[in-house]
Design a protein around this ligand. Structure first.
Ligand SMILES: Cc1ncc(COP(=O)(O)O)c(C=O)c1O
Length: 383
């Protein structure tokens, strides 16, 4: 769905707020770090579980940031992006079979969660955030009762709705997984993209022994280097030992010079992270105002770099019978701004039909151009 929206944006010359990666270059520190890896001779395979110095550094970073004591040898595995991290975890659970092949997935979900589960022969069971507030109601966990689920996949800060789980929600989720012996797979790849003075809470702070929790994260979003393909898993020795063969025989290792580059990037100080969040927050403000002025119903995301809009009001005002008419024909074809139809993020048919995701992982001029074009929607339908 995302690719189709992007191709249509390309053919219509529309501003592409569908595909979520920066349309600007990585910063000078990242570029220099990447080049240094090659120059300094990191050009052969690394240890299959990741450059030892990078695992060591990540253990230190997690110790400082989240107060957890990690053994870099046993609790950290470097992967080719979060995507591989998710894949080897899901693959291992399905393959080893003992735990079952069903996975709880919270919707709206990162589009690859149910796809990866199905590709591995597993089956998603959907839980839902509140359709209006996007808060997580712990009563939703009852949907997993008696289903024989092996794991629960959660993502906070959330792609696509920007929700950031609060302490109570996290405690309820973890408690359910602990009581029912489910593995909690927490995708925290947007951990540094949180707004309004928030601090990201990691599930490692809730489950310090990593008894029921495994964290997936990466470097792509934090350093605007999505093409480097370096991510990682933080988990117990038992979980990582089970996952390692799958990783080893899939990819051997993440790109060696870029692992070295990531090690360098982890030396950046707090200022870097503060400016990253502030810069996304500025772009969030501009896009949010533009979308609201154009008749989309949406609230301010707490984190990540997406705004999920409800299109019902606009569809009624403009007489758009289907989401295809609104998103493909009108927004991309006539207005010249592309987003992703909700079908990528919802199992629920009504919410799939009535939502669209726009990303603000673009430069300010790109976002301003999109907002200017969206002004046409107001003129045509909302006088
Ligand atoms: C929630 C979430 N997890 C994982 C990924 C993939 O991350 P990576 O590029 O590190 O594989 C994305 C990319 O958009 C994402 O939004």
């Amino acid at each position: 769905v995302i690719r189709r929206a992007s191709l249509l944006c390309h053919s219509h010359g529309a501003v592409n707020l569908a595909q979520a990666f920066p349309d600007y270059d990585a910063g000078p520190a990242a570029k220099e770090a990447g080049m240094a890896g090659i120059r300094d001779g990191y050009n052969q395979y690394t240890h299959t579980y990741g450059l030892p110095a990078l695992r060591e550094k990540l253990a230190q970073v997690y110790g400082k940031r989240y107060g957890i004591d990690l053994d870099p040898e046993r609790n950290v595995l470097i992967t080719c992006g979060c995507m591989e991290a998710l894949r080897v975890l899901i693959n291992t659970i399905v393959r080893t079979g003992g735990l079952g092949t069903r996975f709880g997935v919270v919707e709206p979900f990162y589009e690859s969660f149910p796809i990866q589960v199905r590709l591995e022969g597993g089956e998603p069971i959907f839980l839902s955030l509140d359709p209006h507030t996007y808060r997580f109601d712990p009563a939703q966990l009852a949907r997993l009762d008696g289903q024989g689920a092996a794991a629960l996949l959660v993502n906070s800060p959330n792609n696509p709705c920007g929700m950031v789980l609060n302490e109570h929600e996290m405690a309820a989720i973890h408690d359910y997984c602990r009581r029912n012996d489910l593995l909690l797979i927490s995708d925290e790849t947007y951990e540094h993209v949180v707004f309004d003075g928030r601090r990201h809470r990691s599930f490692v702070e809730v489950d310090r022994e990593l008894e029921h929790t495994v964290i997936v994260s990466g470097f792509g979003k934090t350093f605007s280097i999505t093409g480097w393909r370096v991510g990682y898993i933080i988990g117990s020795a038992a979980v990582l030992d089970a996952v390692k063969p799958s990783h080893d025989y899939n990819t051997v290792c993440a790109p060696a010079p870029l692992q070295h580059g990531c090690l360098r990037l982890l030396e950046l100080g707090d200022d870097y992270y503060a400016e990253l969040a502030a810069s996304y927050q500025r772009r969030r403000e501009v896009l949010l105002a533009g979308l609201q002025d154009s008749g989309f119903t949406c609230s301010s995301p707490e984190g990540a770099y997406y705004i999920l809009v409800d299109t019902r009001e606009l569809r009624a005002a403009g007489g758009f019978a289907t989401w295809q008419e609104l998103v493909y024909d009108y927004l991309i074809g006539k207005v010249g701004v592309g987003g992703v139809p909700g079908g990528a993020f919802f199992h629920d048919a009504e919410r799939a039909e009535n939502t669209v995701r726009f990303t603000f992982s673009k430069s300010m001029p790109t976002i301003e151009q999109a907002v200017e074009r969206l002004g046409r929607v107001r003129q045509e339908f909302l006088r």
